[in-house]
Design a protein around this ligand. Structure first.
Ligand code: NAD
Length: 500
């Protein structure tokens, strides 16, 4: 009998009101059930919101540096359990241990950055246009924040949202993706041990279209932060617009690595292998388009195919595995359907293109690293997010053409260019229409203390990480203090104070 896990509401671990649970299985071996997690509904959410509103009243009055101290302690606790959390994450999400260790480290980095922000949360003090008057602004929390997260970064992305929201003085309700509930459970355990007061954090498990949608529609949750697919994000955007909620959306990508003929090709090869097939291609920043300049196209592609064929697929917990499984069967079917589309569009499958079989692979959702040659700009493989280990290779002649191809998709998250020409690098940095551009590095590899996010259909203008996210989770309040002892009217009496 599998273990039943619980929601965390009002400082207690509680069962779902319906008594229903969903299974969490290991994507490397779907016969293995990791546990059962609550299939929560709107009633569970109503309890979570009531608790969060009470928790908010306590937390918003807690000085921000002390809020930061709790987050720092959580960072220490997560660091001390890094191995345990990374193993649990690999077991439910599939990516190899080195990568889940990186995911946990990103959560730790985010904690330590957030803790220091508790001693900043800067407002402004500016001169008033009138004498004997002060003008200043400060940051206030907003209330209860609904945090809805995807499966691919089971610890890092919840911390990107939760820690800044908490440092700003908000209470939160976290709804993790249904494929990775264990990692979120371990995160909340660390927060409890760090001393978070009751009601400040609620963890509500369940399906997106059930409890996820209920969070978005709840009138007492004024802030929603969502990371996931563009289709779900667009629906959430409609509801939040109608309900006047503050909303941060981080969604899909169709990221390109461009290799110029003057580039260090060995470096570019390492970069594209990691960018395209790391996390089995399931990163919002994954390299899914490779643009090769004419002169190097054939040779680079030959070497890339040879290296891709040597990648070792396997259970991410086993030594030597380089590429883990896809998250679930539905995802493997979707990736396979894109390979069919590629064939119909006339692309050549140079390697991969099917579910992987063999020793240790048959009970998992493994898919062979796939490289498509001759993909045409504007075709579906060149434009749509596949979210799997499928790389579309596009040939180009001139930098201007590469810039145009990079920019002509609906998404705008990450881009990369390999070149040894400083003019080319600076033109790319200026012209690429993305939230992040890497020079001589792959499209993946964001650091916790810089803003993260994309333009166009990747996002809605907000950023996670770094200093910018603190703007999202707080409201600016302006204060004027007039100690002149008389009525002074801005814009009307201003020039009476002038010395000229
Ligand atoms: P998804 O959209 O299927 O699910 C994301 C979350 O939304 C899950 O918790 C899910 O339960 C919930 N959800 C689903 N339907 C909902 C609804 N109707 N109302 C409310 N919530 C709902 O995404 P996924 O498959 O978990 O993640 C993959 C996607 O996430 C990819 O498109 C990827 O590019 C994107 N992503 C983006 C970033 C970024 O920062 N830009 C980072 C990671 C992942």
């Amino acid at each position: 009998m599998s273990k039943k896990y619980k929601n965390y509401i009002n400082g207690e671990w509680v069962e779902p009101s319906s008594g229903e649970y969903f299974e969490n299985r290991n994507p490397a071996n779907h016969k293995e059930v990791i546990g059962l997690w609550p299939r929560s509904n709107a009633r569970d959410l109503a309890c979570a919101v009531d608790a969060a509103k009470k928790g908010f009243e306590v937390w918003r009055r807690t000085p921000a540096p002390l809020r930061g101290d709790v987050i720092r302690r959580a960072g220490d606790i997560i660091a001390s359990r890094k191995d345990e959390i990374a193993s649990a994450m690999t077991r439910e999400m599939g990516k190899v241990l080195k990568e889940t260790e990186g995911d946990v480290q990103e959560g730790i980095d985010t904690a330590y950055y957030a803790a220091t922000e508790g001693r900043r949360l800067f407002g402004h003090t500016v001169p008033s246009e009138l004498r004997d008057k002060w003008a200043m602004s400060y940051r206030r929390p907003m209330g209860v924040c609904g945090l809805i997260t995807p499966f691919n970064f089971p610890l890092a992305i919840p911390t990107w949202k939760m820690f800044p929201a908490l440092v700003c003085g908000n209470a939160v309700i976290l709804k993790p993706a249904e494929d990775v509930p264990h990692s979120a459970t371990l995160l909340v355990e660390a927060m409890i041990e760090a001393g978070i007061p009751k009601g400040v954090i609620q963890l509500v498990h369940g399906l997106g279209e059930e409890v996820g949608a209920a969070i978005v529609e709840h009138p007492d949750i004024p802030v929603i932060s969502f990371t996931g697919s563009t289709s779900v994000g667009s629906m959430i955007g409609e509801t939040c617009g109608r309900m006047h909620k503050r909303l941060s959306l981080e969604m899909g990508g169709k990221n390109a690595q461009i290799v110029m003929d003057d580039a260090n090709q060995e470096l570019a090869l390492d970069g594209v292998l990691w960018g395209a097939f790391g996390t089995t291609g399931q990163r919002c920043t994954a390299t899914s388009r490779l643009l090769l300049q004419d002169r190097i196209h054939d040779e680079f592609l030959d070497r890339l195919v040879q290296r891709a064929q040597r990648l070792k697929l396997g259970d991410g917990l086993k030594d030597g595995s380089e590429v883990g499984p896809l998250i679930n069967d539905q995802s493997a079917q979707k990736v396979a359907s894109y390979v069919d589309i590629a064939r119909q569009e006339g692309d050549e499958v140079l390697t991969g293109g099917r579910r992987a079989e063999g020793d240790g692979l048959n009970d998992g959702f493994f898919f062979e690293p796939t490289i498509l040659r001759g993909v045409r700009p504007g075709s579906r493989l060149a434009c749509e997010e596949v979210f799997g280990p499928v790389l579309s290779v596009i040939r180009f002649s001139e930098l201007d053409e590469a810039i145009r191809i990079n920019n002509e998709v609906d998404y705008g998250l990450s881009s990369s260019i390999y070149t040894n020409d400083v003019r080319t690098a600076f033109r790319a940095m200026t012209e690429f229409d993305n939230g992040i551009t890497y020079i001589n590095a792959p499209t993946i590899g964001a650091e916790a203390h810089l803003p993260f996010g994309g333009v166009k259909k990747t996002g809605n203008g907000h950023r996670e990480g770094g200093w910018e996210v603190y703007e999202f989770y707080s409201e600016t309040k302006v204060l004027y203090v007039d100690f002149s002892g008389k009525l002074q009217r801005a814009q009307i009496d201003t020039y009476e104070a002038a010395p000229y």
